[in-house]
Design a protein around this ligand. Structure first.
Ligand code: UN1
Length: 501
């Protein structure tokens, strides 16, 4: 299927006539240009934010289950268009088709979750200390929510935010990555059509803003946006967070990860290998949950390294649209350069690097394909503490379980983690308060590929935000504590006396 046909089928036919100042969408498959996408200037973005605010005033009063019905209809359309959208994700982000389709499934899953949630925006009732009073907690819509997303999950991460935000009675302003505007245009067009056919929805409840860094800054600085949810690098979060905080806005940050897995002597090695290779080499190492550090008990190190070398050598690297490919391209030349410099740093630190070299599949010379790299090291050197968004797996031996935990936690990021063990003491210690310091901790499954039902996010430089399932919806609402006096007396809390005539 041609690139053009994929775009056409997903409803974003290519615009090939140059437009001044526009973004140019590329495919990492062969580096070729796909389409021009006009950029919204500050004035247009300002108008979209104002429209989202106006729409919010209407949408917040629509009953939540009716808001859920909108998301149900949207999910129905996404189900219908799953194949076309999955292919577009592969084309524009380079992930293999199975993962592209998985990402669309993640969109559908969070929508289903949000539909159920639309009847479950529960608050608490609280015992009052005063007679004839009741105390309760209610959750109200918050306002327009800014959503800034990264190239590597060009549809699902927006959906995590948008599906929840919309059922919570908010409106949404989406600024996708400059690297994946077509995925955003395709998915947003579907939502806009569904909104257009759904009378209770104000037409401006969902906005798309195409732009570069300044567009994100405008969202960060806009006082009418009470919540900015941003996914990307720690550097991005470090720039954005304080801007939002300066105007007392809230931010929900999902930033870099540097995820580790511990393999203990009792691990089921065959199972571990499958989990490790998917988590480290899948998505060409470009998930924030990608496995980057493997901490292996010294008694198994030689055996597991051998298994990994063999498995890595057999990984099919090539076009993500080919059925047998397991590892697609890196997003662009910059990602390749950063990977090579991380490998150079590893060599400098005395580590052994296996793989990591460029692969040139026939006819795809403009794409940056690499053989996923294994880096065997005895120490956790400084460069390992950085997140390099590429398929590099550092393998390091440990002697005591305490040492393994210390190595795992000894980085600035705190997103995801895993342990492979059949020893319940080790598993439970890993999951305990003294174990993994990450937002996500798994046993006998890798650190990537989380389901939408749990809250997603991490600690430390990962930014502390939680998106997706569990009670992450609460971030998208404002909490109101309410006290009602249904007696004819007027007692004060804490026994305070204030006699007035
Ligand atoms: C991301 O890489 O930004 O857990 C999100 C996972 C996916 C989401 C990753 N469900 O790997």
């Amino acid at each position: 299927m041609s690139f053009r046909a994929i775009m056409q089928e997903a409803g974003v036919p290519p615009a090939t006539a140059p437009i001044a100042g526009a973004l140019q969408a590329h495919t990492p498959i062969d580096g070729s240009a796909l389409s021009y996408v006009p950029v919204d200037n500050a004035e247009v973005i300002g108008a979209r934010i104002a429209a989202a605010q106006e729409a919010f005033l209407v949408w917040r009063a629509v009953p939540a289950p009716v808001r859920g019905e909108l998301i149900r209809r949207f999910a129905r359309r996404v189900r219908r268009d799953k194949q076309a959208l999955g292919k577009l994700i592969s084309l524009e982000s380079g992930k293999i088709l199975s993962e592209g389709l998985g990402e669309v499934q993640e969109v559908i899953d969070i929508c289903d979750f949000a539909v159920g949630l639309s009847r479950q925006l529960y608050g608490l009732t609280i015992a009052s200390e005063r007679p004839g009073h009741h105390l309760l907690e209610r959750w109200h819509p918050l306002g327009p929510v800014g959503v800034i997303t990264a190239f590597n999950f060009p549809m699902a991460v927006w959906a995590w935010n948008a599906a929840l935000a919309l059922v919570c009675g908010n409106t949404v302003i989406w600024k996708p990555s400059e690297k994946t505007p077509l995925c955003a245009l395709a998915l947003h067009r579907i939502l806009s059509e569904v909104i257009g056919d759904f009378a209770p929805a104000h037409p401006a409840i969902s906005q798309l803003v195409i732009g570069r860094r300044e567009a994100g800054e405008q969202i960060a600085d806009s006082a009418t946006i009470p919540l900015v949810s941003a996914t990307g690098s720690t550097a991005m979060g470090r720039a954005l967070g304080p801007r939002v905080a300066a105007r007392f806005g809230r931010s929900l940050l999902e930033l870099g990860g540097n995820n580790a897995a511990i393999v203990t002597p009792s691990a089921d090695l065959a199972l571990s290998l499958r989990a490790i290779v998917f988590a480290a080499a899948g998505t060409a190492g470009q998930r924030c949950t990608t496995l980057r550090r493997l901490i292996v008990h010294r008694s198994l190190a030689t055996q597991l390294k051998g298994m990994l070398r063999k498995s890595y050598a057999s990984l099919a690297v090539g076009s993500p649209l080919e059925r047998d490919t397991l590892v697609g391209p890196l997003i662009d030349a910059g990602a390749f350069v950063r990977m090579q410099s991380a490998l150079a740093a590893a060599r400098q630190a005395g580590a052994t690097v296996i793989g990591g070299d460029r692969v040139l599949p026939p006819g795809l010379d403009g794409g940056y394909y690499v053989r996923p790299a294994l880096v065997e090291t005895d120490t956790q050197f400084e460069a390992m503490k950085e997140e390099t968004f590429a398929p590099i797996l550092y393998v390091i031996p440990y002697d005591s379980f305490e040492q393994a935990l210390a190595l795992q936690n000894e980085v600035r990021q705190g997103l995801s983690s895993a342990i492979f063990t059949t020893d319940m003491r080790e598993a439970e210690t890993f999951l305990s308060a003294t174990g993994s310091d990450c937002g996500i901790a798994n046993v006998n499954t890798g650190p990537s590929g989380a389901e939408i039902g749990g809250a997603f996010g991490g600690e430390k430089e990962t930014g502390g935000g939680r998106e997706s399932g569990s009670d992450a919806w609460k971030t998208y609402m404002r909490r109101q504590t309410q006290t009602v006096n249904y007696s004819s007396a007027m007692p004060l809390a804490q026994g305070v006396q204030f006699p007035v005539e």
